[in-house]
Design a protein around this ligand. Structure first.
Ligand code: SF4
Length: 183
């Protein structure tokens, strides 16, 4: 089980239920308040040799960018969702190429806002059911072991009349989601 050695968080997370519960869950872990999860200079300026140590940090913030990328492969859209990066260190990972040493796990606590937007978009399409890829920035099965976000997402999205969600994973901690009603 992942236990961070340090947490960096934006003050705004205290306005969200998930933010409050994560601060409580990790109350004994050292914490630093940051202005912006996107630009933590003290971490960005570390040498690449610090990569593995950086993976032990957990960053918690509010996602401000909600731009959907059209996608013609497994979905209609790639959707920025509840996390970026992850706690593993697979050397072939494309996220590492994107984020380099800043590929540590960032969790975004405004999940209600993000899921509401997906449901609204899904219900705009009357001629076909749209597919939303929510796991292109992270591995949500891994993230779920920290936040329970995947369970929460499936439970809430299953109430939507339209649309599908998809997410790839390489992890096997899938028991919490197997028996959920998914519709
Ligand atoms: S678990 Fe997935 S997202 Fe994380 S480093 Fe490995 S390949 Fe990348």
């Amino acid at each position: 089980m992942f236990v961070p050695d340090e947490i960096y968080y934006e003050k705004a997370i205290k306005s969200y239920e998930l933010g409050i519960s994560l601060l409580k869950k990790y109350e004994n872990i050292p914490k630093t308040i940051i202005d912006n999860h996107n630009n933590i200079e003290s971490l960005r300026s570390k040498p690449n040799t610090e990569f593995i140590n950086l993976k032990k940090k957990l960053i918690i913030g509010v996602r401000k960018t909600h731009r959907y990328e059209p996608n013609q492969k497994v979905s209609d859209f790639l959707v920025p969702y509840t996390s970026s990066g992850c706690t593993a260190s697979c050397l072939y990972c494309y996220l590492v190429c994107h984020y380099n040493k800043c590929s540590y796990l960032r969790i975004f606590v405004n999940r209600e806002q993000m899921l509401d937007k997906i449901i609204k978009k899904a219900n705009e399409s009357t001629d076909k059911s749209m597919v939303f890829e929510i796991g292109s920035n992270s591995d949500l099965v891994l993230e779920n072991t920290i936040t329970n976000n995947l369970v929460w997402t499936i439970q809430n999205f299953s109430k939507s009349k339209h649309g599908f969600l998809t997410f790839p994973t390489k992890f096997d901690m899938v028991e919490p989601i197997l028996d959920l009603p998914r519709n």
